[in-house]
Write a protein that binds this ligand. Sequence first.
Ligand code: ZN
Length: 215
Amino acid sequence: MQSTAGLIHEVLPVGMLGCNCSILGDPATREAIVVDPGDDIQEIVAILNRHKLKVKTIVITHAHIDHIGGAHKLRAITGAPVYMNQSDTFLAEHLSTQARWLGVETPTNPGIDTLAHEGDILRAGLKEVHVLETPGHTPGSISLYLPTEQRLIAGDTLFKGSVGRTDLPGGDSAALARSIRAKLYALPDATIVYPGHGDATDIGTEKRSNPFVRA
Ligand SMILES: [Zn+2]
């Protein structure tokens, strides 16, 4: 559990691949955004209930099964729209292929209720979440930046000491490096990065020492 002044931020690893689901809430208005509800929807709902949060938007950073798998279920429970980049539609339409790779049941494709675009500003109450298009891991990958809180939710674009794999359908290593350098390394060094898997890091550390993409 993490909560800083003025922001509720819970990071919960969900599913067999441990996708980091983020719950971002405004303690003043109790409005929330859920990012990458890949699985374990009952646990996500329990956290929402514990904080008395109402979900305004379900954000999918990219349409890999471990990030999108529970979105349909969470929308059915909360009524919140699913927000995703159109360029990942081809992945969402092949969830059965992704499920076969993992040996799991095929989840329902939630489709997209609201199309994601560079420069969009999502709101959870008074909290602003800025949308960055960061293609490379997938063509439609997005990252989320909270300027007031200096936090970045990076999906599978940037990891602590690593970057997203680009050997899956639609992956592009040159695009990935461009996204990281132009969009993510342009953020303040103190920005805390919450990757789609594993531990948090910060922009300054990755600019200096990430072995795959240096500043
Ligand atoms: Zn992924």
